[in-house]
Design a protein around this ligand. Structure first.
Ligand code: DAH
Length: 344
């Protein structure tokens, strides 16, 4: 019996020694020290032993148990230490790896174009004005000589909040708001960039929301040649020194006379191409001499003062400047598009 116990001990210790994972040790523990294990078995058979041998074998069995337990514990901590070491080695940070780049935001192309336009006009003595995007019918239409039921309102159908309040369809109401705030003082010389809204189908060149820049210059003796001079300077600074502009007669209720302004095609320089529909010219804005009624309603005597105004679409300018073929690119926030305009 003694030999049997010693052989069991030998087996158990060899298995402990060979264990490579905590799971192996758990198996040894169950196998040798468990209730159904061989040592318990031996102890059960002790009844058949002569009385004087029982304590000796009992003692030996207990010693073997604690030897195996001690060996298990030692191996357990050894394995735990090894595992920790392996984990640390694996999780080690390689400080020589290249870092992840910190990406900086890019200026949105529309903001960039607005900045450029603002800079050009500030250089010509214009100030920046602002107005609300949710506007009163009075400022958006009536004070611009578009009374209720005027047919020209149809060109600018909008999103109404109430009968009297709507999302502004153009930046022109800022003309009126600025003149009112100036209380008859001159010169009024402002540009106003901002969002406008229209009930429009969205396609490559139309969007229900877009941006405009309004311009207004009111003083004594402002004439159409001032309008032409300022806009030609703008065109040259924005698109290049060889730019030309042309004014075509048009109609807006808030200007008289009114003109659409074209720039010479930036692609073909007047030769005629697909972009300018073979005319050599590209329309960029509406303009005119401020209608006497608009001046009057805003508190400026049209016999004493005159002025010019214009309104241009920012997206259109940006599309021409950067050769963008679809207005929707500006609003879908595709990083591949936006990043091309990064300015630091
Ligand atoms: N508000 C006009 C529009 O959105 C553009 C415009 C035309 C503005 C003539 C003006 C102007 O200031 O004089 O269609």
């Amino acid at each position: 019996m003694k030999d049997k116990l010693l052989a069991l001990k030998e087996d158990a210790l060899t298995k402990v020694d060979n264990a490579t994972e905590p799971k192996d040790l758990q198996n040894v523990r169950v196998e040798y020290l468990g209730k159904k294990g061989p040592i318990t078995e031996v102890l059960r058979g002790m009844g058949q032993l002569p009385a004087e041998e029982r304590p000796v074998i009992g003692q030996l069995a207990n010693d073997i148990r604690s030897d195996i337990e001690a060996a298990l514990q030692e191996k357990e901590s050894e394995l735990a230490a090894k595992q920790l070491e392996a984990q640390l080695a694996e999780e080690k940070i390689d400080v020589t790896l290249p870092g992840r780049p910190v990406t900086t935001g890019a200026t949105h192309p529309l903001s960039a174009v607005i900045d450029d336009i603002e800079n050009i006009f500030m250089g010509l003595g214009f100030k920046i004005a602002e107005g609300p995007e949710v506007e009163q019918d009075y400022y958006n239409f009536e004070a611009l000589n578009l009374p209720k039921n005027h047919p020209a309102r149809d060109m600018q159908d909008s999103f109404y909040i109430t009968d009297e309040i709507l999302l502004r369809t153009h930046t022109s109401p800022v003309q009126v708001r600025t003149m009112e705030a100036m209380k008859g003082e001159v010169p009024v010389k402002i540009i106003c960039p901002g969002k406008v809204f229209r009930r429009d189908d969205d396609d490559a060149t139309h969007s229900h929301q877009f941006m405009q820049i309004e311009g207004l210059y009111v003083d004594r003796g402002v004439s159409m040649s001032d309008l032409k001079g300022i806009l030609l300077t703008f065109a040259k600074e924005m698109f290049g020194e060889d730019q030309q502009i042309r004014l075509r007669p048009s109609f807006f209720p808030f200007t008289e006379p009114s003109a659409e302004v074209d720039i010479s095609c930036i692609l073909c320089h007047g030769e005629g191409c697909r972009v300018c529909k073979h005319t050599g010219w590209i329309e960029i804005l509406g303009s005119g001499m401020v209608h006497p009624r608009v001046l009057e309603m805003a508190g400026y005597d049209p016999k004493e003062y005159s002025g010019f105004a214009f309104g241009m679409g920012v997206e259109r300018i940006a599309m021409l400047k950067y050769g963008v073929d679809d207005i929707r690119h500006f609003y879908t926030n595709d990083q591949r598009f936006i990043k091309q305009f990064q300015r630091l």
